[in-house]
Design a protein around this ligand. Structure first.
Ligand SMILES: C[S@@+](CC[C@H](N)C(=O)[O-])C[C@H]1O[C@@H](n2cnc3c(N)ncnc32)[C@H](O)[C@@H]1O
Length: 330
């Protein structure tokens, strides 16, 4: 999939038709169409009047083409289907913050981040599934450990990444922690249906260092954890703790047997004006600016790894220009 940087500033039609297209994309996502079209089926068949209206609109936009019985994706449509998670995060997940921008700008310098956590979790899972090779190589390293251990996902959302690791590393124990109790409850209900349930401990709570050790971090979890993963959260924690190295040092204190750390995050993009940046970077950076969260350059991550004694053993950056994943060992 291409990640071409837009070459011209946004036009009026991008805004107006783009906004409507977002709603159409999300409605089609609720119907499972994108997943179906990227999967083996390759075709959808609308069955109601509303579905027919959606499909015709998607055809007129240029993302669907008719078949004898229904519709299939065009090449530009594949790119939309592949990246639909970004649309869910930015239009539904972050919408409460963007709405507050209009109401609070007269009086406030910043807005506390307000999200719809289930939408963020769902969008992030779709984003993660676009490039399964990254999570597969993390799982392969864990599975190759001579002594099986326990992997924790810090800010695990719906537990999707841990599920893949659990399936590919069958001796590994799994712990997931997220600050959103509702998201953890939903993850628990979903994972209870799977064979992994017995190996999973799910906890609601914060992984932000500072102050007393959190309640979810009991003596057993402390002693057990050998691998810690965190995806798309460290930039936020590091802002509050005053540095990436500060967060890592605290986690090393929380988990004395930690031998592997996996960090996935969005890094600050090059490019002064929006159209000079890769897509999503302007939205990511603006959302964080108004919520008072710093976005960090790639070097700031790697300097913090070195400072806290971690060696980069794998670096994955083929997903998107602003996405980086490091596997660190010591
Ligand atoms: C952008 S999402 C990423 C989700 C998941 N790690 C992924 O990549 O698919 C950030 C997640 O971190 C959680 N979160 C935010 N602040 C947290 C904190 N202080 N402690 C634990 N989880 C937190 C949110 O509820 C959300 O599920």
């Amino acid at each position: 999939m291409s990640y071409a940087t837009p070459s011209t500033p946004l036009r009026l039609s991008d805004l107006l038709e783009g906004q409507t297209a977002n709603h159409i994309i999300l409605a089609a996502d609720e119907l499972g169409w994108w997943k179906q079209l990227l999967g083996d089926a390759r075709e959808i068949v609308p069955t109601t009047g509303l579905q027919r209206s959606l499909a015709v609109a998607l055809h007129r936009i240029g993302w669907f083409e008719p078949t004898e019985t229904g519709y299939r994706l065009t090449e530009p449509g594949r790119e939309i289907a592949f990246n639909r998670g970004f649309i869910r995060v930015t239009t539904l997940g972050w919408e409460p913050t963007f709405r507050a921008l209009a109401t609070d700008s007269a009086t406030a310098d910043m807005i506390p981040a307000k999200t719809r956590p289930a939408e963020v979790a769902c969008g992030c899972t779709d984003i993660a599934h676009r490039h399964p090779e990254t999570i597969k190589s993390i799982a392969a390293r864990i599975a190759a450990d001579p002594a099986p251990g326990t992997t924790i996902d810090l800010g695990c959302a719906d537990g999707g990444r841990m599920q893949v690791i659990g399936e590919l590393a069958p001796s590994e124990q799994l712990v997931g922690v997220d600050i959103e109790a509702g998201v953890i409850e939903a993850a628990r209900a979903r994972l209870a249906q799977t064979e992994l349930a017995e190996r999973f401990r799910l906890r609601a709570g914060s992984v932000q260092p500072g102050g007393a050790r959190p309640e979810w971090l009991d003596a057993e979890v402390r002693a057990d954890v050998t691998t810690a993963l965190t995806f798309f959260l460290l930039h936020q924690l590091a802002t509050e703790s005053g540095g990436i190295d500060k967060v890592l040092a605290s986690w090393m204190d929380w988990f004395p047997n930690l031998r592997r750390l996996v960090i996935g995050d969005v890094v600050r993009a090059e490019g002064e004006r929006w159209h000079e940046q890769p897509w999503f970077a302007p939205t990511f950076e603006f959302y964080h600016e108004v919520t008072g969260v710093k976005t960090w350059a790639e070097e700031e991550y790697t300097e913090a790894f070195a400072k806290t004694g971690w060696r980069v053993v794998e670096h994955h950056d083929a997903d998107h220009e602003v996405f980086e994943t490091w596997i660190l060992e010591r």
